[in-house]
Design a binder for this molecule. Structure first.
Ligand SMILES: Nc1ncnc2c1ncn2[C@@H]1O[C@H](COP(=O)(O)OP(=O)(O)OP(=O)(O)O)[C@@H](O)[C@H]1O
Ligand SMILES: [Mg+2]
Length: 378
């Protein structure tokens, strides 16, 4: 195991380019048969660089030491995070710049949920583009195709799935194993923060606590066997999204954009974040693509321009999954809490066909290139 020790000692501080060893940062290094404990001084190392260092360690040790047996801890001069500091009632030294220290401890490794075949997050660069509507209706489109589907509302600041499913008053129960039972609506299981708080309660919880809630939604909900778990992410890029995609092994992400917001697709607020954390981008959906009046079905109005997301996706090398037109019945179904795709009366309408076609692409039935079969391991 000497080589593991040498390896750890040779890891560099990205800030200075010197090894952690030469900077006297390694405070404890215990290498045992298939186990490693490392405590290092992260003073002056940013959270991002800390992540880089620990990523390198995990990568280098893969195959040598079991991931579950790697424990990495950090210390710093003024030690500990904000919470711990307040607990110890430590006072900042006078005339020292105040700073926040975050992220002590090891990076949790992505966990797998054995009973769920594919976890797919639905994301967008900004709010109001129809992410929740897409999540709900894609869930029902997949359900129509005989798939077992779950829906996780990760939008803890503005949870809208209970409303979209007409279940604002549902209260999830716990089973004998103390796991949360998801609420089932027309064959699709869902969970949402909205079921645990009053609609008018202000959400003043701090990010880390909310991260904990999402971890519970992933790991402490009795999802049972699922073919797909769709996650409705909050808009943009932030802690919530990051902690979620780093907590669990996902099949990948679908980006939703409207034609007028296409510039955001590839932006730092859009899909870039997922590439940076090595989460595959399964494809893109253009929502509110065009409008077909009920009384003039032969007409197609491209209100916000034509084909923008498709073009942008092609130029970014992303799979384009399809366009969902604007339809009054879709908006009404959201307001009434009856999912459009769960209502047979909508069969054959443009939006209905659009969702079925996207679902076909995901399940690999409309998939000449075999792209999703490859990605989703069918
Ligand atoms: N294709 C569509 N046709 C008609 N109305 C639509 C369509 N897609 C979404 N809507 C409507 O647009 C509004 C916003 O949609 P939705 O709440 O799904 O967006 P979101 O991206 O989840 O928003 P937020 O960022 O607030 O979570 C809703 O009123 C919804 O009914
Ligand atoms: Mg939403």
């Amino acid at each position: 195991m000497n080589d593991v020790k040498t390896l750890i000692e040779s890891i560099k501080n990205p800030e200075t380019g010197n090894t952690l060893h030469s900077e006297n940062r390694i405070k404890e290094l215990k290498v045992e048969e298939n186990a490693l404990t490392l405590v290092y001084d992260r003073e002056g190392i940013s959270p991002l660089q800390k992540r880089q260092i620990e990523d390198i360690i995990y990568n280098e040790l893969s195959g040598k030491v079991d991931e579950d047996n790697i424990v990495i801890k950090t210390v710093s001069k003024d030690s500990s995070d904000v919470l711990a500091k307040s607990e110890k009632t430590a006072k900042p030294k006078s005339e020292q710049p105040a700073n926040l220290k975050v992220g002590h401890g090891s990076i949790p490794k992505k966990k797998k949920i054995d009973t769920i075949k594919n976890i797919i997050a639905i994301s967008s660069g900004k709010g109001g583009v129809g992410k929740s509507t897409v999540s709900v209706n894609l869930a029902y489109a997949l359900h129509r195709k005989g798939k077992k589907v779950g829906l996780l509302d990760a939008d803890i600041y503005g949870p809208s799935i209970p409303m979209l499913l007409g279940k604002r008053d549902a209260k999830p129960l716990a089973n004998d194993d103390k796991k949360i039972m998801p609420v089932e609506v027309e064959g699709v299981k869902f969970i949402s923060f909205g079921l645990f708080i009053g609609e008018k309660d202000p959400v003043i919880w701090r990010g880390p606590m909310l991260g904990g809630v999402l971890n519970q939604f992933l790991f402490d909900v009795d999802w049972g066997e699922l073919d797909y778990l769709l996650i409705d992410l909050p808009p943009g890029t932030g802690d919530v999204q990051l902690s979620m995609i780093q907590a669990v092994e996902m099949a990948g992400v679908i980006g939703v954009s409207t034609p007028q917001d296409v510039a955001l697709l590839d932006s730092t607020k859009g899909l870039k974040m997922f590439e940076q954390v090595k989460t595959p981008i399964l494809g893109t959906i253009e929502n509110m693509s065009y409008f077909v009046p009920d009384d003039m079905p032969e007409k197609k109005y491209h209100i916000f321009g034509n084909g923008g997301v498709k073009k942008a996706s092609e130029s970014l090398g992303l799979e384009f999954l399809g366009e969902v037109p604007l339809e009054i019945a879709l908006r009404e179904s959201c307001d009434q809490g009856v999912p459009y795709m769960s209502n047979q009366n909508n069969e054959g309408k443009p939006v209905w066909n659009a969702y079925l076609s996207i679902a076909n692409k995901l399940t690999g039935e409309d998939n000449k290139k075999g792209f999703f079969n490859r990605i989703l391991g069918k």
